[in-house]
Design a protein around this ligand. Structure first.
Ligand code: SF4
Ligand code: SF4
Length: 193
């Protein structure tokens, strides 16, 4: 059986995997307990009401909606779930509307913790983390950006402030001590440095 495509009235399409054959080998029965160990609540308390998906600001942009992700967690579909939650904005709107007090936002964070430990980190996350190490910002600042900040009256970016080298050293000490760089597979060095 192939993938099923659900088409929304907006024209966006959601690929579903319900139609795929899931074998016992695909399931990890202890996945729900693992999520709790990494800071999530018990996914088995989810009522599948869909409120979380309804209020999620990114739900139309993501392949697997929040409610669907939680259903896969309930089933123990670990490998189907881990790579899907990196665009969650952690806005906590889902938490505010969840009748089961499940806190899907923190579930998404728990899924990221587990994914990192399994070596599943999307390239855009690695880029943002490397930029944080190098520039104190998740985006690489350039001349145009620095000028725009100045024109808008925003505070100076950290790298242009006196004392940045000391701050950078402190950031690197934290990164090395926590092994954050090795965990994510990132470096504080520019290519060619
Ligand atoms: S916390 Fe994440 S999953 Fe929940 S509503 Fe916000 S973006 Fe959606
Ligand atoms: S709002 Fe809560 S109970 Fe409803 S589907 Fe989402 S997580 Fe489950």
């Amino acid at each position: 059986m192939g993938e099923v495509e659900k088409v929304f009235i907006s024209g966006l399409r959601e690929k579903l995997i319900e139609d795929k054959v899931i074998t016992e080998q695909d399931l990890v029965p202890e996945f729900a307990s693992e999520i709790i160990r990494y800071g999530g609540k018990d996914v088995m308390t989810c009522l599948q009401c869909g409120n979380c998906t309804g209020v999620c600001p990114i739900s139309l942009k993501i392949e697997y909606k929040t409610r669907t992700t939680i259903k896969y967690c309930q089933f123990g579909m670990k490998s189907h779930t881990l790579s899907t939650r990196w665009v969650c904005a952690t806005c906590y709107r889902c938490y505010e509307h969840c009748p089961a007090d499940l806190n899907p936002a923190e579930l998404m964070i728990a899924l990221r913790h587990i994914a990192v430990r399994e070596g599943i980190v999307p390239p855009f996350v690695k880029t943002a983390a490397s930029n944080l190490l190098r520039y104190g910002l998740t985006v690489k600042p350039d001349e145009a950006m620095l000028k725009e900040r100045e024109q808008l009256g925003l505070p100076q970016a950290a790298i242009t402030k006196p004392g940045w080298e000391r701050v950078k050293k402190d950031i690197n000490t934290i990164i090395e001590t926590t092994k954050y760089d090795r965990l994510l597979g990132i470096t504080n060095k520019e290519e060619g440095e």
